[in-house]
Design a protein around this ligand. Structure first.
Ligand code: FPP
Length: 248
């Protein structure tokens, strides 16, 4: 287990990242299957390589001092994959936390889950709940895992909660909806990265991405290195964000 020092301002500037870094980065980790296929390997081999990649990227986000990183690990649509692949993803998740939780915790990271983990097998659910519980008072990187997550389902859930709480129509505003989403305590989403060439959101953080910048890369997720993350951030930092206003 290792403690990773944050980069100094000089180091960050040395990466060409002088200026305001994104506070919250979302990543659609795509391309594990293609990575495996290129090597004539079964798809779970790609997911395992993707897990290694995730380890590096979480560490890099921490060292850069990013406030929140949200990764799309399992969508509500992923249940439609072959059962062997779904089970392989579950085993990887439990393996990931068994291996990583001490280090994530020791480095002050807080695990947050976005999605409904109730339908998951007991073992997976327990290990996810333990990770959340164990890290809940940490104040470093908020490492958010979107798991059995779908943005439309998230919005429906928020609306239901608002109705259940008895809100009157005129009390319902954007602020109230935001407060009923899984991301309620997170900073605004600044940047969405999608690997492996596809240019779509696939039901990921639809509400939160309203003013986010998108960076798409051809790199397959298992090949997405800390250097690639810094490249994506550099592209983000060159953009002018107007939030609907006129700037300059
Ligand atoms: C998309 O690639 C990736 C996923 C559906 C799963 C992501 C999972 C991991 C990175 C592994 C472990 C995760 C955690 C949180 C420990 P794809 O299978 O759709 O690739 P393809 O489009 O090339 O087929």
């Amino acid at each position: 287990m290792r403690i990773y020092e944050r980069y100094t301002r000089e180091q960050i500037e040395g990466f060409g990242l002088a200026g305001e870094l994104p506070k919250h980065i979302g990543i659609i980790m795509d391309g594990n299957g293609r990575w495996a296929k290129k090597r004539f390997m079964p798809r779970p081999v790609g997911h395992r390589a993707g897990m290694e990649s995730l380890h590096e990227i979480v560490r890099e986000a921490h060292c850069l001092g990013i406030e929140a990183l949200t990764v799309y690990a399992f969508s509500t649509e992923n249940w439609q994959r072959p059962v062997q692949e779904v089970n392989a993803l579950f085993s990887l998740l439990t393996e990931y936390f068994a291996k990583e939780i001490d280090e994530l915790d020791a480095n002050g990271m807080r695990i947050i889950l976005l999605g409904d983990i109730e339908p998951f097998p007991d073992k997976v659910r327990e290990c996810l709940k333990d990770a959340v519980e164990r890290t809940k008072n940490n104040s470093g990187l908020r490492f958010c895992i979107a798991i059995n997550y779908g943005a439309r389902a998230e919005i429906v859930r928020a609306v239901r909660n608002i109705v259940k709480a008895g809100a009157a129509p005129e009390q319902i505003d954007e602020e109230l909806v935001s407060r009923n989403l899984y991301t309620k305590d997170l900073p605004e989403l600044d940047l969405v990265v999608r690997t492996a060439g596809e240019q779509r959101l696939s039901n990921f953080l639809l509400w939160q991405a309203a003013y986010a910048e998108f960076v798409f890369t051809e790199v397959l997720w298992p090949d997405y290195t800390p250097e690639e993350l810094r490249k994506s951030i550099k592209i983000f930092m060159k953009r002018t964000r107007r939030f609907g206003r006129v700037v300059g």
